[in-house]
Design a protein around this ligand. Structure first.
Ligand SMILES: O=C(O)CCC(=O)C(=O)O
Ligand SMILES: [Fe+2]
Length: 396
C-alpha cells in the first residue's frame, strides 16, 4: 500500500469577505506556562497580557466566540500528516471492522469507536471515529490505521499537554484566577505518563490523566438523488459543544458557520496552519456565563466544493469526570444550574453530565410525564435550549 495522502481541494471562489466572520488570531507562542510573570521582561509581559485580553474579549458576551490559534507548536507538515494518517480510518477500514468498532452512543453515552453515516437519519452523511485517552491507548484498532497508532497518540498528547494547557492558562489568567486553575480541573498529574515516553505502543496502558476526546470526522457529499430532501440541509445542526474548549484543525472546505452576536450566521474562513478554537457548554457553566459557548453549525459546502469529502480533525477538551458541573467555579452573570439546585437536583459530576447529554444528542426531547417541574426538567431544558437560525438560507 502507498503511504496515505489526503488531498484538499482549492478554497471556494463563491464566498466573499463579507460572508466570513472576522476572527481574532491568538498567538500562543508569546506565552510559556512555566515562566511566571516575574521571569518575563516588560515587553514579553505586555505581549502576553494583550493576547490574554483579546482572547477573553472574543470568548465573552458580545465576542464572536471563536478565534484562530497559531503558534501552537505544530507546523503545516505535522497537521497534513495527521489528515493523511487519519484518512485511513475511512478508506482503509473494511465495513466489517467499522461495524465491529461501532460506538455505543445512545446506549452508553460514549462516542468511543466508529459512528456510521445514517445513524441519526437519512440526512446524516457524517461518519466519524472518536478516541479518548483510554481507548487510544488500547492497541485494539483496525489493522491499517493501527499502523499509525503512535502518531495519533503523539498528536493527542500535543493537543492536551501543549495546546489545551496553554489555552486553559490563558483563560484562567484572563478571569483573574491563578494560571493553573482551569488546567487542574482537566488534568490529573498523578496519572501523568508523558514523561515515560517513548512508551511501548503495543501494550495497553492506564491513562487517566485526562478525559479529552479526539475525533476524525468525514462529511460525505449528499447524494443528489432527492433522497436527502430534509427540512434542514445541514450536516450538523446549530449546537454548542459539550466540553470546555474545542480545537478544530482548519482545512479548506467551507462549511462551518458561527452564530454572531447579532443573530446572523457567518462562514468560518480557512486559515492554513491555524486551529479554530471555540468554547463549549461546560466552560459556560463553570464560569456562570462569564465565558460563552459558541453556537455553530455545519452546512453543505458552496457549489464548487460540494462534490468533495470533507475530512475534519477535532479535539474536544473535557473536564475530568469527577469535577462538579452544577456549581460554578467563579461568579458570573448567569449561573445556569440555579434552577436545578433549587429543584433539589443532586450534585452532578462532569462525566455523568456528558454521558447524559451524549445519549440525547440529536434525539427528540424525551417526554417526562410529571405534573411538577423537576430538576431533570431543568437539565433537559439546558440541553434542548432552542438555538436561532436552524434553517439554511438559499444554497449558493
Ligand atoms: O466540522 C466542523 O467544522 C465542526 C464540527 C463540530 O461542530 C462538531 O463536531 O462538534
Ligand atoms: Fe461542534
Amino acid at each position: 500500500m502507498p503511504e496515505p495522502q489526503w488531498v484538499f481541494p482549492l478554497e471556494t471562489a463563491l464566498l466573499s469577505d463579507a460572508d466570513y466572520a472576522e476572527l481574532e488570531t491568538i498567538d500562543l507562542s508569546v506565552f510559556n506556562v512555566d515562566t511566571d510573570s516575574a521571569g518575563l521582561e516588560r515587553s514579553q509581559l505586555r505581549a502576553r497580557d494583550e493576547m490574554v485580553a483579546r482572547a477573553l474579549k472574543a470568548f465573552s458576551a458580545g465576542g464572536l466566540g471563536m478565534v484562530y490559534v497559531v503558534g501552537h507548536g505544530l507546523d503545516a507538515e505535522d497537521i497534513q500528516r495527521q489528515f493523511d494518517v487519519g484518512s485511513t480510518f475511512f478508506d482503509r477500514v473494511t465495513e466489517q471492522d467499522k461495524a465491529k468498532y461501532a460506538a455505543k452512543i445512545s446506549e452508553e453515552g460514549s462516542w468511543a469507536g466508529y459512528k456510521p453515516k445514517g445513524y441519526y437519519g437519512p440526512w446524516d452523511c457524517d461518519e466519524n471515529w472518536s478516541f479518548y485517552p483510554e481507548t487510544l491507548l488500547r492497541p485494539d484498532m483496525p489493522p491499517y490505521p493501527r499502523f499509525y497508532l503512535h502518531e495519533y497518540r503523539e498528536f493527542m498528547e500535543h493537543n492536551h499537554y501543549v495546546v489545551a494547557k496553554k489555552m486553559l492558562h490563558v483563560l484562567s489568567l484572563g478571569l483573574g484566577l491563578p494560571g493553573d486553575a482551569l488546567w487542574r480541573l482537566h488534568h490529573r498529574p498523578e496519572s501523568n505518563i508523558v514523561s515515560q515516553a517513548p512508551y511501548d505502543h503495543e501494550k495497553p496502558v492506564e491513562w487517566k490523566h485526562s478525559q479529552d476526546h479526539f475525533r476524525f470526522q468525514m462529511y460525505n457529499p449528499r447524494p443528489d438523488d432527492g433522497s436527502f430532501l430534509t427540512q434542514e440541509k445541514l450536516h450538523l445542526r446549530s449546537h454548542r459543544d459539550i466540553g470546555t474548549i474545542t480545537l478544530n484543525y482548519s482545512q479548506p472546505i467551507a462549511a462551518l458557520q458561527i452564530l454572531k452576536p447579532n443573530g446572523t450566521w457567518a462562514w468560518v474562513r480557512h486559515k492554513p496552519g491555524a486551529i479554530l478554537v471555540n468554547l463549549g457548554h461546560a466552560m459556560e457553566a463553570l464560569t456562570a456565563s462569564r465565558l460563552k459557548a459558541a453556537f455553530h453549525r455545519v452546512v453543505e459546502p458552496p457549489e464548487d466544493q460540494r462534490e468533495f469529502q470533507r475530512l475534519a480533525i477535532h479535539y474536544f477538551v473535557k473536564l475530568l469526570p469527577d469535577v462538579r458541573i452544577d456549581i460554578p467555579l467563579i461568579q458570573g452573570p448567569d449561573d445556569q444550574f440555579t434552577e436545578y439546585r433549587e429543584l433539589g437536583g443532586r450534585p452532578i459530576f462532569y462525566g455523568e453530565w456528558e454521558r447524559f447529554r451524549t445519549k440525547l444528542a440529536f434525539q427528540q426531547r424525551p417526554v417526562r410525564p410529571s405534573p411538577q417541574r423537576t430538576a431533570e426538567h431543568a437539565l433537559l431544558d439546558m440541553h434542548y435550549r432552542l438555538t436561532p437560525g436552524t434553517k439554511v438560507e438559499a444554497r449558493l
